[in-house]
Design a binder for this molecule. Structure first.
Ligand code: PMP
Length: 322
């Protein structure tokens, strides 16, 4: 491979790997987009770069400025590395329930880390509202606002969707993933539908999220809970508005963990729980589309980010995840 000019050029253009076990289970061809190969080891590097470049282009992010954001962690890591590469500062607000590895990574990147208790979105203490307030209080600071800033999903329309279409030679029947902000699902969905409107787009929703019921029967209603980090949405974010979703699945942590474990044991891939939930969704979508169908999904981040949680047997026993 040729050289690349700088760190930011390492974001995107991730490989698409055929997943053997899931393909065999579905009698189909299932591919995973290896987002853990981004420099921040997650899909969120794309949104982070898109949001920062958009703020620069609009003239709201000026030299020496500060980027403030509320995040489950991965967006913060993406923003911190983009900020370091471009000479900005970052303030990252995160719920204290997220993995230790994410906090340590953010501190190592030099982000100012603000931990808040897990609180419902309706509470002023919620990490998103706290981050907006902090951005308003600081001089020369912007609020990245990943949930409602559509520069997030644009990065997936122009990046992720184009890459998947090219990598699959235009032979793709379906795509699915879970939603945190909705940038990935809506962006890839819109991008692929623009290529071929027959490509089926499916939501893979964890328990405890409200979107499955919204797309199934028009009502935002949550049921159960999930320990998956970075996914599980209770409202229609700006990034989700107009997302071309044809079908939806509700997927348990156990079903997601099944694939995380099998991909680790049988294929040597170490992933987080949202990736396992995506793979279960891809298997269901491929079964629905029929034998030999070709389905893509997202392998959102590296499992090395969850050695103290998901990949730790004591933690799983405590959470009742087997
Ligand atoms: N998986 C993980 C591990 C994440 O951190 C995120 C982002 N919060 C997602 C999936 C969902 O991505 P998006 O925000 O594009 O919906």
């Amino acid at each position: 491979m040729a050289t690349v000019p700088d760190t930011l050029s390492l974001i995107g253009n991730t490989p698409l790997v055929r997943l053997k076990g899931p393909s065999e289970a579905a009698g189909a061809e299932i591919y995973g987009k290896c987002e853990f190969t981004n420099p921040g080891a997650s899909v969120k590097d794309r949104a982070a770069l898109g949001i920062v470049e958009d703020a620069e282009a609009r003239g709201v992010l000026r030299p020496g400025g500060t980027i403030v954001e509320g995040t489950a962690g991965n967006t913060g890591i993406g923003l911190a590395l983009v900020a370091n590469a471009k000479g900005y500062r970052t303030v990252i607000v995160m719920p204290e329930t997220q993995s230790r590895e994410k906090m340590d990574t953010l501190r190592a990147l030099g982000a100012e880390l603000v931990l808040v208790p897990a609180a419902p979105y309706s509470s002023p203490c919620h990490f998103v509202h706290t981050s907006r307030r902090l951005a308003e209080e600081r001089d020369n600071a912007i609020w990245a606002n990943q949930f409602d800033n559509v520069a997030n999903r644009r990065a997936h329309i122009t990046g992720t969707a184009e890459e998947i279409w090219t990598q699959m030679d235009g032979r793709i029947d379906g795509f699915t993933c879970a939603v945190g902000t909705g940038g990935t699902l809506a962006g890839v969905g819109l991008g692929l539908k623009a290529k071929d409107e027959n490509i089926r787009i499916a939501l893979s929703d964890p328990h405890g999220a409200a979107l499955y019921d919204y797309y199934a029967c028009g009502e935002l209603r949550a049921e159960g809970s999930s320990v998956a980090e970075g996914i599980g949405q209770g409202r229609i974010t700006a990034n989700l508005e107009g997302a071309p979703i044809d079908t939806q699945y509700r997927i348990s942590d156990e079903e997601g963990w099944h694939w995380v474990q099998r991909l680790l044991d049988e294929e040597g891939l170490c992933l987080g729980l949202s990736s396992g939930i995506n793979v279960e969704g891809a298997v269901r979508l491929a079964r629905e589309l029929g034998p030999g169908s070709r389905v893509a999904t997202i392998l959102c981040d590296t499992g090395f980010r969850y050695l103290s949680t998901l990949h730790n047997p004591d933690w799983r026993a405590e959470k009742g995840l087997n």
